[in-house]
Design a protein around this ligand. Structure first.
Ligand code: IMP
Ligand code: MG
Length: 173
């Protein structure tokens, strides 16, 4: 096994997800919430988060592939699965695993705007500002980390470790 150090425990994650659920329930009262989960990384966060939100929600997914090395995204972004439901007039909440350079999110927002939603906001499990390249707003953040490569709770390294229930800093990446 690679050298890993736990940085966010599964109980800290579940406490934070509950708090975010409360914040989002308040923020989206009387609105038509439409969650767009970003596959693959956000599958666990999306599943946990929506169960803490007490307003009616529709849920759909996009899948985005960004071809780079295993630990960086290249900015060469491809939407390989689009949403299939109608979002016009609805309040989109993009649910992401991690925002790093911001390229993926920038691309996705530009794509979804074309569908005429009433609004688009972003909730990311992790915000990692160290390598931000584009100025893109993340409205709701689970945890901020300053640096390093992390895995677990949906996040992978070369498709491994997504199923780990806590978040680990992967050393020597
Ligand atoms: P961005 O386009 O650079 O913001 O990259 C976003 C994507 O890169 C995320 O959705 C992840 O798939 C991947 N990524 C960036 N940093 C990490 C990390 O620390 N661990 C795992 N995946 C990461
Ligand atoms: Mg990834």
């Amino acid at each position: 096994m690679r050298d890993m150090e736990e940085i966010i425990s599964s109980s800290d994650i579940s406490d934070r997800v509950k708090e975010l659920g409360k914040v989002l329930t308040r923020a989206y009262a009387n609105r038509r919430m439409f969650v767009v989960g970003v596959l693959n990384g956000a599958f666990i966060f999306t599943a946990d988060l929506v169960r803490q939100i007490k307003v009616p929600i529709e849920v759909d997914f996009v899948r985005i592939a960004s071809y780079g090395s295993e630990s960086t995204s290249s900015g060469n972004i491809n939407l390989t699965k689009d949403i299939e439901l109608d979002v016009s007039g609805k309040d989109i909440l993009i649910v992401e695993d991690i925002v790093d350079t911001g390229q993926t999110l920038y691309y996705l927002k530009k794509h979804l705007v074309k569908r005429n939603p009433a609004s688009i906001r972003v909730c990311s499990f992790i915000d990692k500002k160290e390598r931000r390249e584009v100025d893109v707003q993340v409205d709701y953040v689970g945890f901020e980390i300053s640096e390093g490569f992390v895995v677990g709770y949906g996040l992978d390294y070369a498709e491994q470790y997504r199923h780990y229930p806590a978040v680990y800093h992967l050393k020597s990446v």
